[in-house]
Design a protein around this ligand. Structure first.
Ligand SMILES: C[S@@+](CC[C@H](N)C(=O)[O-])C[C@H]1O[C@@H](n2cnc3c(N)ncnc32)[C@H](O)[C@@H]1O
Length: 298
């Protein structure tokens, strides 16, 4: 029987709590959607040891010219999934050109982060219409977000998922992205890739204290007091997933999966995208930082 820490669970909906309980009971897994709070994420974002962010931000910057070339002078709307603190917003807008963007929808499960991103958009880009959606896209999907984004805006949506191999490891979410693309819409992705011989470098940012504090937030929800040494990491080369586990030192029979992040090589990524039905416009690999950026249609 799982004992939920009611005080910590106050910020969750009953549906999210039910998903947490079911996931722990049936899969020994803490769903990532229940762990994010602004304070924990902010500590990670400011942590110079979180090298993953630098690699993924470089991929975004490197790919902006190619994306802008592809779009030309088309007027578009943006749907930024898991926008967080909004670090990437100015890079995206400056890359595409503010004059080409009608509506910019920001979507996140965390209200504080969403507000920070909203402020950033309104203060720095008042000519663009900001639309804010506080929603758990893994539980509730985002069909309505796509519809609302086109209202009084451009006819083309681009869905952005940046630096989010965790969300992208969820097949249902990838299907949801595909299903929500209209004929002329696009999906833009940046992702860290797996590279032979780089296992340590890939795993390292996931085991730093600020990341383990965030993951510990989920563990605390089900009544444990996690210590850093109780977390471990592996790369599952069959399913192309980096996995982080928690195992309490006083009960080694228990092993909970607390994070999985999709880490394919570029061929495996292309195959998965094809299997879902996506059509590649481009996919650029930056092998020195083992990341890629891709633009897809339906
Ligand atoms: C790895 S962070 C990236 C944030 C952003 N790219 C940044 O650098 O600030 C992942 C983001 O996805 C959000 N997120 C995670 N699961 C979500 C879900 N199920 N629905 C909506 N947002 C989610 C988190 O709240 C967080 O802001």
């Amino acid at each position: 029987m799982i004992q939920i820490n009611q005080n910590l669970a106050k910020r969750l909906t009953q549906e999210q709590i039910d998903i947490l309980i079911k996931s722990v009971e049936e899969k020994n897994e803490i769903p990532i959607r229940v762990v994010y709070t602004q304070e924990y994420w902010d500590n990670i974002a400011k942590d110079s040891d979180y090298q993953l962010a630098n690699r993924e931000i470089s991929a975004l910057k490197n790919s902006m010219t190619k994306l802008a070339e592809q779009l030309g002078e088309k007027k578009i709307n943006i749907i930024h999934l898991g926008v967080g603190n909004g670090l990437e917003i100015p890079m995206i807008i400056n890359g595409i050109g503010a004059k080409n963007i009608a509506n910019y929808s920001i979507v996140d499960v965390n209200p504080t982060m969403l507000e920070m991103s909203e402020k950033k958009l309104q203060q720095n880009f008042p000519e663009i219409t900001t639309k804010k959606f506080l929603t758990d896209i893994e539980t509730y999907g985002f069909k309505d977000v796509c519809k609302q984004t086109k209202k009084d805006g451009a006819e083309i949506n681009i869905i952005f998922l940046i630096a989010n191999g965790v969300l992208f490891s969820n097949d249902e979410l990838v299907r949801e992205i595909y299903n929500n693309l209209d004929e002329n819409d696009y999906f833009f992705l940046t992702l860290e890739l797996y590279q032979e011989g780089k296992d340590k470098e890939i795993i390292k940012p996931y085991l730093i204290p600020t990341v383990l504090d965030l993951l510990g937030n989920g563990i605390k929800l089900i009544g444990y007091e996690p210590k850093y040494e109780e977390f471990s990491a592996e790369i599952d080369k069959i399913n192309h997933l980096l996995k982080i586990y928690y195992s309490p030192s006083n009960d080694k029979t228990k092993k909970l999966l607390v994070l999985h992040s999709y880490k394919p090589n570029v061929e495996q990524l292309n195959e998965r995208m094809g299997n879902f039905g996506f059509v590649r416009v481009f996919c650029e690999e930056y092998s020195n930082i083992h990341t890629c950026a891709g633009l897809y249609t339906k």
